[in-house]
Design a protein around this ligand. Structure first.
Ligand SMILES: NC(=O)c1ccc[n+]([C@@H]2O[C@H](COP(=O)([O-])OP(=O)(O)OC[C@H]3O[C@@H](n4cnc5c(N)ncnc54)[C@H](OP(=O)(O)O)[C@@H]3O)[C@@H](O)[C@H]2O)c1
Length: 348
């Protein structure tokens, strides 16, 4: 582990320098890594591991578009692509990458395949942390660990192809072999992580549920909508409101913030923008902090997990979700966004 300074706080993290890919390959040389599920994380992680030289197979139910996608990505039925039960049998490391709701449904099948010495791998602490609601309780004689890439499986793959890496957290829940931590880190390097930071299953799930409901999606959509509505109510055109709310942020500012930080952005804008942004960030923090506290408490109490499990387990959940997603898609702001994106000049 490398001891690094994060804003004055020391943290131990794993980088590819102390744990190179060759070492990861050595640690998992005798393993068959079975990636169960080919949704969003499944493709990213399995393709990265395959390209990194690991022995990987995919388990996916037949008949859906995920099975076809797996074939299109080069997985061969009967050789590297199997029905879930068969892949579970062949795998020594079971990467449980079905949707969180499907993980509950398939658990009895997975549990049967977890013979002593196998490893159970997750990319989220959900199933284990909320075991009272999910029923996911692994046998005592298997290793249980997680690697949670901090981003979409699509980005994990895209960044890997570009020679970059998405940062991931890792955690060991159960160490039956005495080697779980090393195997877990080897998986983290194998899936193409940038650097790896240690957590536990509970902290992974509470931070993750807070993040996606907060600044990563829920809060940001809420702030976009609020500003857009205020501008529109005051007579600004959709084009002006969208550009001032979203397009400038995503196209111009965020890439610079990603490269240099918001502190740099503040120091490198006009003094008019600087004055205003310095005056207004604290009122926005103070207005939203109580909402973040409410959100965190709702996550901590298990209420958010309960909502997610009950709502997403209903037979008609996809149709119901679709109605709410359509409301977002059909909102004036995102319809304006679609037009604005269509007008971006192509460099030819
Ligand atoms: N989304 C992300 O980028 C992301 C980021 C970090 C961590 N994670 C974690 O990674 C794990 C996988 O997430 P994901 O977003 O990749 O999942 P997802 O896209 O929702 O997973 C869908 C997969 O589950 C299968 N599936 C759904 N219902 C099923 C059922 N009843 N029986 C059998 N298979 C079923 C789907 O097959 P069909 O196509 O046939 O339905 C598909 O292979 C989760 O624990 C998630 O929290 C995800």
């Amino acid at each position: 582990m490398a001891k690094l300074n994060f804003g004055g706080v020391e943290e131990e993290v794993v980088t590819r320098e102390e744990f190179p890919l060759e070492k990861a390959r050595e640690v998992l040389a005798d393993d068959t890594i079975a990636v169960i599920g080919y949704g969003v994380q499944g493709p990213g992680q399995s393709l990265n591991m395959r390209d990194n030289g690991f022995n990987v197979i995919v388990g996916q139910r037949k008949g859906g578009k995920s099975w076809d996608k797996a074939i299109a990505d080069g997985w061969v039925p009967g050789e590297t692509l199997f029905e879930i039960e068969e892949a579970l049998e062949k795998g020594t490391i079971i990467c449980y990458l079905l949707s969180d709701a499907a993980q509950i449904e398939l658990w009895p099948t997975v549990k049967k395949a977890l013979t002593p010495g196998k490893s159970l791998y997750f990319s989220h602490g959900f199933g284990i942390t909320y075991k009272d609601k999910t029923g996911i309780v692994p046998p005592a004689d298997v290793d249980v660990f997680l690697v949670a890439p901090k981003g979409s499986g699509t980005s994990l793959r895209r960044m890997f192809v570009e020679g970059k890496g998405l940062n991931s957290s890792f955690a060991v829940f159960q160490d039956a072999t005495g080697n779980a931590r090393t195997r877990c880190i080897a998986m983290g390097i194998g899936v193409g992580s940038g650097y790896l930071f240690e957590t536990d299953f509970y902290r992974e799930v509470t931070s993750d549920l807070t993040g996606e409901r907060g600044t990563l999606m829920g809060a940001i959509q809420g702030i976009f909508a609020a500003q857009y509505e205020v501008l529109r109510a005051n007579g600004h055109s959709p084009s002006e409101a969208f550009n001032e709310t979203v397009e400038e942020l995503t196209q111009s500012l965020m890439p610079l913030v990603a490269e240099n930080g918001m502190d740099w952005m503040y120091a490198n804008c006009s003094t008019t923008a600087q004055r205003g942004a310095l005056d207004w960030w604290k009122p926005f923090r103070d207005a939203t902090k109580p909402v973040f506290e409410k959100l965190y408490n709702s996550v901590k109490s298990g209420e958010q997990a309960e909502i997610s499990i009950t709502r997403n387990s209903k037979a008609d959940y996809r149709e119901k979700l679709e109605v709410e997603l359509a409301e977002l898609r059909d909102s004036e702001m995102w319809r304006a966004g679609s037009t604005v994106r269509g007008l971006r000049p192509e460099r030819g």
